[in-house]
Write a protein that binds this ligand. Structure first.
Ligand code: DGL
Length: 267
């Protein structure tokens, strides 16, 4: 029988993707891997990001016999997918900023991309914008601070609307009508972001598109991993690269994770 679907991110951001994938494939088993030892990815040098991800993901794919890998991180997906596909024998699904839907939805043809510094500077992102949003004015906003705020929120710590407002002030004053949440951490802060920008700004992320892609690849497969566990909750396990705080452990347990453990790299 094939193993679980592996969902990967630097931190808690990929949970926003896992949430969407689980809605369309509730009977699969999932392993959530997060490389919190190296977060935030948006600040890492390209080569360091590529090599580290290749080593870690290959190790875990082999260990858990993963049937499919979702790189639930824009910063990694916009850089590492080709080299990862070279070393893995299972399908790899990536997540990239929702530039195309944003360009289609924007009435004023004025959109923004809010993502990590890594994603903003990528050639991949530039090409995506040229291909799908050439008829739009596109504003680019990079933030690793928001990644850290999403981590705080997921650990149950208080975050203040004032912090969000300060970071998003340039977006509000730009007058755009559609904002791409181009980092999987940002949907975790969607309520706060929407509250500050107001309901006239449409927020778009790629969660549902990724879920649809995974569903297409998995649905109908003969070796589908069915009913290995007897309850929905037991279908989730998490692996991390650096010890996590009690607050995050509680949140992960609430999310439904039954097993949490640190990746052992020395075996
Ligand atoms: N969640 C990630 C993304 O979608 C990366 C956040 C980070 O570690 O900088 O880009």
């Amino acid at each position: 029988m094939s193993g679980p679907i592996l969902i990967f991110d630097s931190g808690v951001g990929g949970l926003s993707i896992l949430d969407e994938v689980r809605k369309v494939l509730p009977h699969e088993n999932y392993c959530y891997l997060f490389d919190n030892a190296r977060l935030p990815y948006g600040e890492l040098a390209d080569q360091e990001l590529i090599e580290g991800c290749k080593i870690l993901i290959s190790l875990v794919v082999e260990r858990i016999n993963a049937s499919l890998v979702v790189i639930a991180c824009n910063t990694a997906s916009t850089l590492i997918l080709p080299s990862l596909r070279e070393v893995l024998r299972v399908p790899v699904v990536g997540v990239v900023p929702a530039v195309k839907p944003a360009a289609l939805h924007s009435r004023a043809k004025h959109i923004g991309l809010l993502a990590t510094p890594g994603t903003i500077k990528r050639n991949y992102t530039r090409v995506l914008i040229e291909q799908f949003a050439s008829d739009c004015r596109v504003e680019l906003y990079a933030s690793s601070e928001l990644v850290l705020l999403a981590e705080k929120k997921a650990s149950g710590e208080a975050i203040f609307q004032e912090e969000i407002s300060q970071l998003l002030h340039p977006i509000k004053s730009s007058g755009l009508d559609t904002l791409i949440l181009g980092c999987t951490h940002f949907p975790i802060l969607k309520v706060e972001i929407q509250e500050y920008l107001g309901c006239d700004v449409l927020l778009l992320d790629s969660g549902k598109a990724v879920a649809a892609r995974v569903h297409n690849l998995i649905d109908g497969r003969a070796d589908r991993n069915r009913a290995e566990f007897d309850t929905y909750e037991k279908r989730l396990s998490a692996l991390y690269t650096q010890e996590i705080n009690e607050g995050l452990k509680k949140s992960l347990a609430k999310f439904g994770f039954s097993t949490l453990s640190k990746v052992q790299t020395g075996q």
